[in-house]
Design a binder for this molecule. Structure first.
Ligand SMILES: Cc1ncc(COP(=O)(O)O)c(C=O)c1O
Length: 438
């Protein structure tokens, strides 16, 4: 049992994060709030400033060390700075960074991905999940000659106008509405937002509209909790898509190369039509991919359907992706991540029970989520919100941070192949302390 049961007093916390506070104050004079993504705004007592990372560990500028489960929000499936990745990058640095032309490593990367991934006859590489989601949308529209999109409440497909859309009205199905000031309402009007995990809701939209180009979903909802699809759900949605001439886009930005080498489609034995990959495929370097059947993807073989990008297939980024994919393929770290992550999940559940705290853990070893609410009964955003206490989750987040464990602000825990049982033990001691301090 940890002796560190109380949240440190404010002055102690201020001292612990003094350099971060100083630097964020300075950064705020020249950058909005001193950060460069809206997802980094949240922090206590301030967004932290970090200095270095290695394996499962991350250090901030005050010298505090964290067992890192944020893992840059998912990319570090091998852990920070895996030697195969850093060596691959170092070996190409002297050859130049960008040629606006093709190179052997990008050909090899795509060939190896086509071998590994389910449902990938052709692949186009880009730089971010947001970008590849946009490309999936463009291709679906180009292939079908239609414009409307079905998406699901709580799923995230990047921050750009055509997909960053929420339901405008209740009840479902709801016309999409912008989620942020400055967004085009006209773009959002092409989107219908419905609850996930409900086949009838999808069928109702197809009944009402004959111009649906695509259905977008995360195959495992990872941006609100960590919610599995109901058995047969994805298969049924795919069937509805095929019956109605639309494409099913599976957004595997989080699950791809993480829950299994072949992502959620391998884990669940399901298939979409187009698949988006990013994060875990490149160990933190900007490489993302859209995979799909030749007849759709080859629309990109002429300039008729446009996708560009000065920085696409940068030399060091592709070297990092190739090394990452090869290590994942050759070492198969998934059973180990299931095992180590599974021990952590079991340990957190046991501690929650011992403390009498209603804390549920949803997901599997490589990625799971801690939710303050009763176990079970969560199958979409609505039921998640009804069964979770965000204020308690925030207090837990900061209490863990104070004890040297970093998770994401959504309560998501990303494991890596570098996390060990010793990390789990240390983490559970922090969880014990944090639960005691709530
Ligand atoms: C499921 C999903 N799709 C798309 C994105 C956007 O990816 P990126 O941040 O690389 O643009 C994210 C980012 O977290 C995501 O979780």
């Amino acid at each position: 049992m940890s002796t560190n049961l109380q949240t440190p007093p404010t002055d102690v916390r201020s001292q612990r994060y003094a350099r971060s506070q100083e630097l964020i104050e300075r950064a705020s004079r020249t950058a909005p709030a001193g950060v460069h993504s809206s997802f980094r705004l949240k922090g206590s007592p301030t967004p932290l400033v970090y200095e270095r990372a290695e394996g499962s560990r991350l250090w901030d500028v005050d010298g505090n060390c964290y067992v890192d489960y944020a893992m840059a929000f998912g990319p570090h499936v091998l852990g920070h700075g895996h030697p195969a990745v850093t060596e691959a990058v170092a070996s190409v640095l002297g050859t130049g960074q960008l040629w606006a032309g093709q190179h052997l490593r990008e050909i090899e990367l795509v060939e190896e991905m086509v071998e590994i991934l389910p449902n990938a006859e052709r692949i186009r590489l880009g730089q971010s999940g947001t970008e590849m989601d946009q490309l999936a949308l463009r291709l679906a529209r180009a292939a079908t000659g239609r414009r409307r999109v079905i998406r699901f409440a709580g799923h995230y497909h990047g921050w750009l106008d055509p997909l960053f859309v929420d339901p405008a009205t209740d009840p479902y199905p709801a016309q999409g509405a912008p989620l942020t000031p400055g967004q085009s309402a006209a773009a959002a009007a092409d989107v219908v937002v419905i609850p996930w995990n409900d086949v009838d809701a999808v069928a109702a939209v197809f009944d009402a509209h004959d111009d649906v180009a695509a259905v977008f979903m995360e195959p495992i909802l990872s941006n609100v909790g960590m919610i599995m699809p109901r058995p047969g759900y994805i298969e049924a949605v795919r069937e509805l898509c095929e019956k109605n001439g639309a494409l099913l886009v599976l957004d595997e930005v989080i699950t791809g190369f993480r829950v299994r080498l072949g992502g959620a489609q391998e884990l669940l034995d399901v298939r979409g039509h187009l698949t988006v990959y990013a994060k875990a495929m490149a160990s933190g370097f900007p490489v993302a991919a859209l995979a799909g059947p030749a007849d759709v993807m080859d629309l990109l073989a002429t300039p008729a359907v446009m996708h560009g990008g000065t920085y696409n297939t940068g030399i060091s980024a592709v070297a990092a992706a190739l090394a990452t994919v090869r290590v994942l393929r050759d070492t198969n770290p998934y059973p180990q991540m299931m095992e180590v992550g599974g021990a952590l999940i079991d340990g957190i559940r046991a501690l929650a029970q011992r403390h009498g705290v209603e804390l549920s853990v949803d997901g599997i070893g490589p990625v799971f989520q801690t939710r303050f609410g009763p176990a079970g009964g969560v199958h979409d955003r609505q039921t998640y919100m009804e069964r979770s206490d965000p204020a308690l989750a925030d207090r837990f987040l900061w209490a863990l941070q104070d004890r040297g464990v970093r998770i994401t602000h959504r309560g998501t825990w990303f494991l890596s192949a570098s996390h060990t049982h010793a990390d789990v033990e240390e983490t559970l001691e922090a969880v014990d302390g944090a639960l005691g301090a709530l």
